[in-house]
Design a protein around this ligand. Sequence first.
Ligand code: RNT
Ligand code: ZN
Length: 417
Amino acid sequence: MSYVKESYELAKKRYAEYGIDTDKVLETLKNIPISMHCWQGDDVIGFENPDGELTGGIQTTGNYPGKATTPEQLRADIEKALSLIPGKHRINLHAIYGDFEGNVERDKIEPKHFAKWVEWAKKNNVGLDFNPTCFSHPMSADGMTISHPDKEVRDFWIRHCKASREIAAYFGKELGTPAVTNFWFPDGMKDITVDKYGPRKRMMEGLDEIFSVEYPKEYTLDAFESKVFGIGAEAYTVGSNEFCVGYAVSRGKLVCLDAGHYHPTEVISDKLSAVFCYADEVLLHVSRPIRWDSDHVIVLDDELKNIAAELVRNGFVNRTHIGLDFFDASINRIAAWVIGMRNMQKALLIALLEPTADLVAAEQKFDFTTRLATLEEIKTLPFGAVWDYFCEINNVPVGGEWLKEVRKYEEEVLLKR
Ligand code: RNT
Ligand code: ZN
């Protein structure tokens, strides 16, 4: 489309008035990887057990046809999605997504079960991240895993987490980029909990046991994800915000902030500048909660723009591992990925196009009039023209054209499954 370039040239002049070099911005944006979560592709079921049921207080709703039920299908779907997203990215795997070929217990998973993913990642030039799966399993049926009062249960999950770190380290070693291993435990209680300290102490001890094995930072990094409540664990969550931030900071690990894991008026964009005072690196689970931790596909809303703005304004981009976490089973799952990934990039682009230094200068002079006037004026600058050009030069469809590709794939592949 010839007018994409033309529109870009005009937009470029407009941004230059604010001292922004759009060519440089596009180069920066191209090099910000986003970790795309594999679990949007199959409603968080995995390949351990074809009749697997999602538990742990999280839920997918919807029954859109064509979900991936084998690792081959999932990899093909991910490839399709990646072909419609500009830039070079990462894939975030959960432990239930191995090529198991038979029954493999969670505490017996090994790097060999993920060798095909590594081979695939090399071929597709993507990094891999990882997560132990501490839910959807008979050993998590009581709603407790490594905080369970029974040592046998705790030890099982400790073994699973250790095995998961070994797999993550294998990813990092093979692919030359550290795999972030994210630890999220659904542990909690439905109703008024009398002993809240005991489970937290047990979780802390379990984690220390897991981390008694050390891996080089070039291979794997560990992150902790807190939560305020889950379905069936409304009253008490062992891995609360204070627990996880405290654990991560005291052990030199990463803090994971999931956009859906706080009280309804709390936003993670406001937390970044606080957490970065104490943590070296952060993992994000960018998600969209509607009334609860509903994990809707992320849209280009104010909070998404605010998250990106905080990362860019404060120079946090290089210390942040941006991952997505949503699972909508009511729409085409590949479209869900593409919409979410492209939106994350659009939000970053808007942030990169901001004349931050001028805004900060006004703010430091307490000139709030200039600050507000500028913030409002830049909202209507032609960022869309810059985005379209970014897609074009990175050889992915411009505008809504990508949906045609998804529809074609749906007809030829998904609906035949
Ligand atoms: C659950 C957490 C967690 C999961 C994934 C599947 O509330 O957000 O990150 O969504 O591990
Ligand atoms: Zn999450």
